[in-house]
Design a protein around this ligand. Structure first.
Ligand code: SF4
Length: 366
């Protein structure tokens, strides 16, 4: 979900419980578990002053955050805040969610739509980038607003999500026999509640040419309570091979509650992968990246991609240049078994697949 969600008219990858409900995705909770994660989402921190107070940080950071957040507001669940180090303004989890003044400085080469997705968005809310796969924007919100998100300016209101529910998208997928896999993305598709998600999975299940269902989600990381027993059942009961790609960037994100959520999904037979983004000041050291991979494996999650930052406006201060990224990746290869080393990639608009970044590519620039 990096290459991973206010609203109805100018929707950003931001949400509040009230806006989620207003979007029509938050149907009545069907049980205690559902009520619980929705309640936690409703109680997420949305005010920089409160976040700084909770962490014992100075008020001037909160003032800076309020001035910088623009129309992509601070949003972070309290369970995620609890994993941050009190009194540390450089905490790697805090840096991912706290707006800073650098976001509003001019950033040549950075744009609102760095992957040129908006031109490839169909009326039904599908983005078709890759052969055999369709990416469905199943929900317009997220449980956290990551400051480096490449969809932070995405016009979800034009995506079809709000207009026709998901019926148009399902019909378009059914009509295209070249598709074998559907990727649910957003926003975060796990903002759909279990009943709604179960209905959608059932509809996709009935399309004979589909074989796999993939979810790109950060909810199990920032709000692991979302991994309900019913969610595990929905994925386990589908004839489609279920693949969940989570998004964690630092080992400290993966506490015991996240490990338990991953265990529940794995026990249900879901394949688990992680995609991370290489972020300056968050995980741009071999030690941090190795610790992330080790912790992911402890949680039964395969490290899959390490993305170079997509050049979205407001995120330039997170950029790690390619030579440094390649050196870090090489260091990772020396420290870890091969299966624990994620592929270092950059997404280049118009390319038929992600571009692998390595020593050979660096040499071609020399
Ligand atoms: S979880 Fe973060 S990175 Fe993923 S879509 Fe939402 S805001 Fe973007």
């Amino acid at each position: 979900m990096q290459s991973v969600a206010a609203r109805p008219e100018t929707v950003k990858p931001a949400s509040s419980a009230s806006t989620v409900a207003a979007d029509g995705f938050g149907e009545a909770a069907s049980g205690f578990e559902a009520a619980s994660w929705k309640q936690l989402l409703a109680e997420a921190v949305r005010d920089a002053g409160e976040l700084c107070r909770l962490l014992g940080l100075p008020d001037d950071l909160a003032r800076e955050a309020k001035a910088a957040q623009g129309d992509f507001p601070l949003l972070v669940p309290r369970g995620f805040v609890a994993r941050m180090r009190p009194g540390d303004a450089g905490d790697p989890l805090l840096r991912q969610v706290l707006p800073v003044a650098a976001e509003v400085k001019p950033q040549p080469g950075y744009s609102p739509d760095p992957l040129a997705e908006q031109g490839r968005l169909t009326a039904a809310g599908l983005v078709q980038k890759y052969s055999g796969r369709a990416l469905l924007l199943a929900a317009a919100g997220c449980a956290v607003n990551c400051r480096y998100c490449f969809r932070r300016s995405f016009p979800y209101s034009d995506s079809g999500v709000h207009r026709a529910g998901l019926a148009e998208a399902v019909a378009a997928i059914a009509a295209d026999a070249s598709l074998e896999e559907v990727i649910l993305s957003g926003g975060d598709p796990l903002l759909l509640d279990d009943d709604r998600l179960g209905e959608l999975v059932g509809q996709l299940d009935a399309i004979p040419h589909l074989t796999r269902l993939r979810l790109h989600t950060r909810l199990p990381i920032v709000l692991p309570e979302r991994v309900t027993g019913r969610l595990v059942e929905v994925l386990a009961d589908s004839r489609l091979t279920a693949v969940v790609v989570v998004h964690a960037n630092h080992a400290a994100e993966l506490d015991a509650s996240v490990a338990a959520a991953m265990q529940r999904l794995a026990a249900g037979g879901t394949m688990l992968f992680n995609q991370a983004v290489l972020l300056a000041g968050v995980n741009d050291s071999a030690e941090a990246l190795a610790a992330l991979s080790r912790r992911l494996l402890d949680c039964r999650v395969t490290p899959y991609y390490l993305h170079l930052l997509d050049r979205v406006e407001g995120a330039a201060h997170f950029a790690v240049e390619e030579p440094q990224a390649v050196a870090l990746h090489e260091a990772l290869k020396r420290r870890l078994p091969g299966y624990a080393v994620p592929r270092l990639v950059r997404e280049i608009p118009g390319e038929p697949s992600k571009t692998w970044i390595g020593l050979d590519r660096l040499a071609s620039f020399a």
